[in-house]
Design a protein around this ligand. Structure first.
Ligand code: UDP
Ligand code: MG
Length: 139
């Protein structure tokens, strides 16, 4: 069932570098409404759980360390066609391949420290949103 919601988090490099406000401005100007937002920090264990789908990839341990290295800003966002439109707004995983004007093209430092996350399906958007926010915080 399409829900018109997606999940995102501004990653440690972008928060550390002071890009939180600029990124949220881009998100809002693209027509997304913020349903839930906070600033928090993952432990390496929690980061590993969030990215468990990648546990057999060579970058998994580095990713866990990076994602727990500093504060992040997770958000649940709402818009028609949210998942696909948000993936378009953030651009390719590797900033070298990201289109001009995308968040990753503007703010990502590397394929790992790539500034922002975006869910890849409606199902994962719900799972990932619930990972960070209790249902009572979402409405
Ligand atoms: N990642 C990495 N090296 C890679 C591929 C991915 O460090 O070769 C990191 C990067 O931070 C990426 C995250 O792992 O955003 C999840 O990877 P995925 O393929 O799901 O990319 P995304 O959906 O974030 O574009
Ligand atoms: Mg992904």
């Amino acid at each position: 069932m399409a829900t018109n919601q997606t999940f995102t988090m501004i990653k440690p490099d972008a928060v550390q570098d002071g890009h939180t406000g600029a990124i949220i401005k881009m998100i809002e100007e693209a027509g997304f409404r913020i349903v839930a937002i906070k600033k928090t920090q993952l432990t390496a264990e929690r980061a590993g759980q969030f990215y468990a789908v990648h546990r057999d990839r060579p970058f998994y341990n580095d990713l866990r360390a990076y994602m727990s290295s500093g504060p992040i800003v997770p958000m649940i966002l709402e818009k028609e066609n949210a998942v696909a439109d948000f993936r378009k707004l953030i651009g390719a995983t590797n900033p070298a391949q990201a289109e001009e004007g995308t968040i990753r093209k503007l703010y990502a430092k590397s394929i790992e420290a790539n500034a922002i996350h975006g869910s890849d399906s409606d199902e994962n958007a719900q799972i990932e949103g619930s990972f960070f926010f209790a249902a009572t915080e979402q409405f």
